[in-house]
Design a protein around this ligand. Structure first.
Ligand code: ARG
Ligand code: ZN
Length: 898
């Protein structure tokens, strides 16, 4: 009785404390503090009355205590106007029946019994003023929702945590002319007209779901419709909705959706489970897209595609994101996360699934290179800075800050390692068992690992360390061949550098895929997987006929760095002969990195005059030439020719010198363009096909990709001849891929050609009302270095097409400047820093999630020289100490400063 009630009250306060920024020690939510919910909500009835003034939400919750004692019931709620609340039909009074705080409401004494009781809550919100784009908001005059991670509490009072799963019935009422399309999760069960030009529709979702998967749309949209017959013969209606002017850009997403549905049946035995599946495209969206049950909501940038507006990379992204959100139906929705620390359970797994889907739809080698490029250029950086966290973090202030490359991309690499260790069949046994065991449940990363282990009779205890340790491990390799005994001895050792809060690390379970090659690229030892589990291990291979070349970490079999010094000759050999296409590409990049970093070092000590005399080593030009001439898939060739990017080079520099890096990258491109002019021109011409019929088949994508790489090198000199070539390329282009490539190649060179292309590009997009194309137009300019780059960016924010309330537009100008124009952002005057600091604080007032991403550009301040450090630090301090700062931005700024 009393003791239990007291315990419940104590538990309630502990729970409150965890959720309040100011109350707890430092306001962080801790993974270790997880406790099951005291109550559960079995069923939810929602009635939305949408008018121009407000949205009124009538909510009826069937609540059940999870233990006999009862105790206070805390419900999350944010920015809500409470109109009334009653329990089993009896109105509750503030003070005696319930209390209210800034982050929620407490029903003081619900009936202490296991029977369900009924809470009726009426709240009002103003979606038209919701600039955070979390909860119910308006975008281009339409209503939509975004609830993950914690947006549902901005719609109504609720137990806003993923381990509370309910069935939903939803009714929506709105003006019929303004909002002809009414949608929510699940199946439509009723619809009708109302007086005064209004109408309603009702929906039922039979599957229990956490509230973060709730969605509602009331909008004026047009759509395309199709049908998919599942493996068991059920017919599913498919709809993709957008504003009417985008209707001709939806077919690719529909094709991608059908391909995804078929692939998930084939590959994982997963069938779709409702009679209808909707995708809705919206202009204003904080992230990429959202997997709400049966009603995915997408950022237009991740769903629209047509030849004249979308590049080949855009097509690929649309295909990948459509698949990703669809795959969530099983990995995320049917089986969901117990708490937000488990985010990688659904995201890592779903990214792995979309990556392998894309590989099957296009080219596994190309897809792998693209995925690893993201890991190396971006995730490794995150993993080596102040925000480094394990794929399953231990604490957070704002969970939205943890939708990171680590949770998503490294999380996908961790899933891939299960596949590598267990094989295709073993992995499938593991996922089958996972779905069998946990369908309809909210579970943890440990549950996934247990399913993999149990289905295969494997001990994966040590593998857990991939979930607990942050930082990128280094695997060091040393090989020795003994001609007398014909043995090859390989010693592998591993270490992971300290990360914030984790000074020492334990050895991980690392699958290392290797092969021993002979001097012609043939096999001296067939491919195999070594399991590195100790700090250091030695592997001995017998009967190796001659001295081998080691092909190591084939396909990037683990998300690690390699410490395996090879001679330039061996790298050149691997770049030409390794039969693993990923490793072949990798060798070309290692070579490029070596050459460029040596030039950077030269540039730094040289005076103005000797900088003019820098030269690319002949051997490097020869390798480049050999690659250009090799018989190789066009995309692979394009990626092998491309120089390692700024971010990859910067990781090997301390302190990072943005000016030297940018200067050397420019020099190398220009120099290759000049020294290889004849060959590049010939290649460019050979890839020009004037009567092309548009297709995104890998061969055509590869042709455009390689041709545009050639253009980029050729144009890098900025001479009149190449400017004209770009101009011609632009005018002859029939695709956005080619048009954008020409614009980008011209961008660094103020000229008539640039003026012409830049203005045609904009005028055409404006005339056709193509917001995504205008974003590209902004981004090219914001990422182009010039001494007055910052002034240009400021001018862009005054341009008629700039809109500070649209996240895509803001990102295309402001984030692009901070992230992709390093020489300007890091200008020694500090003007770039000052500008971005101001933008962070300004944006934060409207949209903390978008502001917090922008703030990440200061995160790695300690990797720069003293002067820059002081300037960046000053901005971080200014941001952190701003009295009105959101907890999202506060978390990034304060952790960066630690
Ligand atoms: N679950 C979504 C995905 O498919 C991401 C939603 C993230 N939204 C957010 N506000 N953090 O990856
Ligand atoms: Zn996802």
């Amino acid at each position: 009785g009393i003791a239990a009630a007291a315990a419940a009250v104590a538990a309630y306060w502990a729970y409150r404390k965890l959720r309040s920024k100011k109350a707890a020690s430092d306001g962080k939510v801790l993974r270790s503090a997880y406790a099951p919910p005291p109550y559960t909500i079995e069923h939810v009835d929602l009635d939305f009355i949408l008018t121009e003034a407000e949205a009124v939400v009538y909510s009826t919750l069937r609540v059940k205590s999870n233990h006999a004692a009862g105790g206070p019931l805390y419900l999350d709620g944010e920015d809500l106007e409470l109109r009334s609340i009653s329990l089993d039909g009896v109105p509750l009074q503030e003070g005696t029946g319930y209390t209210r705080g800034e982050e929620g409401l407490t029903v003081l004494s619900p009936p202490a019994k296991p029977l369900p009781f009924e809470l009726k809550i009426v709240v009002a919100t103003k979606p038209q003023d919701n600039t955070q784009l979390s909860g119910l908001y308006k975008t281009s005059g339409n209503y939509c929702t975004q609830c993950e991670a914690v947006g549902f509490r901005r719609i109504t009072y609720f137990l806003d945590r993923p381990d509370v799963m309910s069935t939903y019935k939803v009714r929506v009422e709105a003006d019929k002319k303004l909002y002809p399309i009414l949608l929510s999760n699940g199946n439509e069960v009723g619809r009708g007209d109302l007086p005064a030009g209004r109408h309603w529709a009702a929906f039922e979702d039979p599957f229990k779901k956490p509230c973060y998967l709730f969605a509602l749309v009331a909008a004026k949209l047009e759509g395309i419709e199709s049908e998919f017959t599942t493996c068991s013969g059920r017919k599913v209606r498919l709809y993709i909705w957008s504003e009417s002017e985008n209707k001709d850009q939806l077919d690719w997403a529909m094709q991608s959706l059908k391909d995804s549905m078929a692939w998930d049946e084939r590959k994982y035995g997963r069938e779709y489970d409702l009679d209808v599946f909707h995708i809705v495209a919206v202009n204003d969206f904080n992230m990429g897209a959202m997997e709400n049950k049966g009603l995915n909501v997408f950022n237009t940038a991740c769903v629209l595609a047509k030849q004249s507006t979308a590049t080949d990379d855009d097509y690929e992204r649309v295909q990948g994101v459509v698949a990703h959100e669809y795959f969530h139906n099983w990995t995320g929705n049917r089986v969901t996360c117990r708490d937000w620390f488990q985010l990688t359970l659904k995201e890592g797994l779903t990214v792995y699934r979309d990556q392998t889907f894309s590989a099957d739809m296009t080219s596994p080698a190309v897809q792998r290179i693209e995925n690893v490029r993201v890991m190396r250029s971006h995730q490794f950086v995150e993993d080596s800075g102040p925000m480094a966290h394990p794929i399953r973090p231990e604490s957070y202030l704002a969970i939205d800050n943890f939708y990171t490359l680590t949770v998503y991309e490294k999380g996908a690499e961790v899933i891939r390692m299960y596949h590598t260790l267990l094989g295709e069949e073993g992995f499938r046994k593991g996922t089958d068992l996972y779905f069998d065991r946990h369908d309809g449940c909210a579970v943890t990363c440990d549950d996934f690992r247990a399913a993999m282990a149990d289905a295969n009779g494997r001990d994966l205890t040590q593998f857990e360390r991939w979930y607990t340790q942050a930082g990128t491990p280094t695997v060091k390799a040393a090989g020795a061949y003994d001609g007398a005994t014909k043995t090859y001895t390989l010693t592998l050792s591993q270490s992971t550098p300290p990360t914030p809060g984790q000074p020492t690390k334990l050895p991980l379970h690392i699958p290392v895929r290797i092969k021993l090659l002979d001097r012609k690229g043939g096999a001296l030892l067939p491919e195999r997987i070594l399991e590195l589990t100790e700090a250091s291990q030695t592997f001995v291979f017998n009967s190796i006929a001659s001295e081998p070349v080691l092909s190591l970490l084939r396909g990037f079999s683990a998300p690690v760095k390699l410490d395996f010094p090879l001679s330039d000759e061996t790298l050149a050999f691997l770049a030409a002969h390794d039969d693993d296409p990923f490793n072949r590409w990798d060798a070309s990049q290692q070579l490029g990195k070596r050459v460029l970093l040596a030039l950077v070092a030269e540039w730094q000590v040289a005076d103005r005059q000797s900088r003019q005399q820098l030269e690319l080593p002949d051997a490097f030009v020869a390798t480049f030439k050999a690659t250009l001439a090799a018989s190789l898939d066009a995309s692979l060739k394009a990626y092998s020719l491309a120089l390692p990017d700024y971010s990859v080079l910067a990781q090997d520099m301390s302190p990072i010198d943005p000016d030297a890096l940018i200067a050397v990258l420019r020099f190398a491109r220009r120099s290759l363009g000049q020294r290889m002019r004849k060959e590049l021109l010939a290649m460019y011409e050979s890839l020009t096909s004037p009567n092309e019929k548009f297709s995104v088949a890998p061969s055509e994508v590869g042709r455009r990709r390689l041709r545009n790489v050639c253009l980029d090198f050729l144009a890098a000199g900025g001479d009149e001849q190449s400017l004209q070539m770009c101009r011609k390329h632009f005018h002859a282009a029939t695709t956005m891929t080619d048009r954008l490539a020409a614009f980008k190649a011209l961008a660094p060179f103020p000229s008539e050609a640039l003026d012409e292309v830049q203005s045609i590009f904009y005028e055409r997009a404006k005339a056709n009302n193509e917001a995504l194309v205008i974003n590209k137009w902004f981004a090219v300019q914001a990422s182009t270095y010039s001494t007055d780059a910052l002034e240009k960016v400021k001018a862009l924010t005054k341009h008629e097409a700039f809109d500070g309330t649209n996240p895509n537009r803001v990102r295309s100008v402001i984030n692009t400047f901070a992230a992709l124009n390093p020489a300007a952002f890091h200008d020694l005057s500090g003007s770039g820093y000052e500008y971005i600091g101001t933008q962070v604080l300004d944006l934060d007032k409207r949209n903390p999630q978008v502001a917090s991403r922008l703030c990440n550009n200061f995160r790695d301040w300690k990797k720069y020289n003293q002067k820059r450090q002081a300037l960046m630090k000053a901005q971080l301090v200014r941001i952190r100490d701003c009295k009105t700062v959101s907890k999202d931005v506060f978390e990034i700024a304060s952790r960066s400063l630690e």
